[in-house]
Write a protein that binds this ligand. Structure first.
Ligand SMILES: [Ca+2]
Length: 431
């Protein structure tokens, strides 16, 4: 697993994973603390504790392979940033339905940008695909979901964030491993300290690897002798392909596909993990979504697949293979896995899912979210920048507007509130 392994949720609603504030859930631009403000003064008992903790970790770091001089150099002026502890303890006020998740992560903008990247990096993508046996579209889809193709990769200095997490809060021993791994990366000279910025939890670069994952799986693909997932797109793309290969990717096989389930078929107990041969699924009457047979191409009657219905029995259903599990291991959330899988299909030219999500208020693209934010600004709400990222302030403003407009106050930036804003504007223009 690449990210911090305290991801939760597998059914219907999802707790947003550790790094997802970069993409989805929280403002990163307006600097508003999500919870109680942290102690920021450096002259505090807490800082004394921090310095003591860092001094105490020295021998452990050294036995993990960090040189004494490296440790001293990178901890000499290290100060804590307690805002990462707030992030660690953050409990989202809103849960995110999977259709909101997917509509923001797999929208027309990300598909178009991905196609452009595929053209721009065609040669290196083809070479990486050849070398690791993973399709170009899957590599690019990971890149698009993880960092919006390198646009959003995090702003927290890694040593500071991981140093703080090593000394405060839950899971200190896990974060210490990542803290020491960061120092070993610096020691080896793969990256410079000022390049090492990432999510509050320490995932960094184009493909948001944790430092220990970097040590295990990053590759030098541009041949300059350094493994650089921050500044080298070839290194980042090949490292992603290597990750998926090591996670068990089966060359030439699909991740899965949307299926049609016969009326009345019981789906209780079915899941991604509960794999059965395709022949069993065919006998129960399941077909591909276009009605065609399950066994096609490289698949055989004995290939095993799990039936995944991420929004329950009334939403889209998918048969997923081992390659979905490989994608899943990148993020340990089915919602993320499905976003990457679906984006890879869209990059191949496949359309959106055929079956609608079971909601009367479908999700919005990032362009539509920016439109909602424009309406909110016009209505006088202080929601920070119009960036398509829906933070708590935007959600609270939406909730107030939903109440004013007689809608269910969910706080979601869905199609309903967008439609209501558009209609209200049209009425005002008529007057
Ligand atoms: Ca390199």
């Amino acid at each position: 697993m690449r990210h911090v392994p305290f991801l939760l949720g597998s059914y219907f609603f999802f707790i947003v994973p550790a790094h997802a504030e970069l993409i989805l859930n929280e403002k990163t631009s307006n600097g508003t603390p999500m919870t109680t403000p942290a102690i920021t003064s450096n002259i505090s008992p807490q800082n004394d504790n921090f310095q003591r903790c860092i001094a105490n970790l020295r021998s452990q770091a050294i036995s993990s392979g960090v040189n004494e001089s490296t440790y001293d150099r990178y901890t000499q002026n290290l100060t804590p940033d307690y805002s990462v502890i707030d992030k660690l303890n953050y409990q989202p006020e809103f849960s995110t339905p999977i259709w909101d998740y997917l509509s923001g992560l797999v929208d027309e903008e990300r598909v178009q940008a991905g196609r452009q990247k595929m053209a721009q990096y065609r040669d290196v993508l083809n070479r990486a695909s050849q070398a690791y046996g993973v399709p170009v579209e899957t590599i690019v889809a990971v890149w698009g979901v993880e960092s919006n193709y390198g646009d959003i990769s995090g702003k927290y200095p890694l040593l500071q964030a991981l140093g703080t997490l090593s000394c405060e809060g839950r899971r200190q021993s896990y974060f210490r491993g990542e803290f020491f791994a960061t120092m070993r990366i610096l020691q080896r000279g793969d990256l410079h300290e000022d390049q090492l910025k990432g999510s509050w939890a320490g995932a960094f670069g184009h493909t948001q690897f944790m430092p220990s994952t970097y040590e295990r799986l990053a590759v030098d693909f541009d041949g300059d002798g350094r493994r650089d997932l921050v500044s080298s797109v070839p290194d980042a793309l090949a490292s992603t392909a290597n990750f998926l290969k090591q996670a068990g990717w089966q060359t030439g096989m699909p991740w899965g596909f949307e299926v049609k389930i016969p009326q009345g078929m019981s789906v209780s107990g079915e899941s991604r993990r509960n794999k059965k041969p395709l022949s069993t699924w065919e006998q129960s009457g399941i077909t591909r979504i276009d009605g065609s047979s399950l066994v096609q191409g490289n698949l055989s009657a004995t290939t095993s697949a799990g039936l995944m219905m991420p929004a329950g029995a009334n939403g889209p259903a998918f048969l997923v293979f081992k390659n979905f599990d490989a994608i899943y291991s990148y993020n340990a959330a089915e919602s993320y896995g499905l976003a990457i899988a679906h984006l890879s299909d869209r990059l191949r030219g496949t359309g959106p899912f055929v079956t609608a999500w079971p909601t009367d208020d479908p999700g919005t693209s990032r362009a539509e979210r920016r439109e909602i934010q424009q309406f909110l600004l016009k209505r006088g709400y202080d929601i920070g920048a119009v960036d398509g990222l829906i933070g708590d302030k935007t959600r609270q403003a939406i909730r107030q507007e939903q109440t004013r407009l007689g809608l269910n106050p969910t706080g979601r930036a869905g199609q309903q509130i967008l439609r209501a804003f558009r209609q209200e504007q049209a009425r005002q223009m008529m007057q």
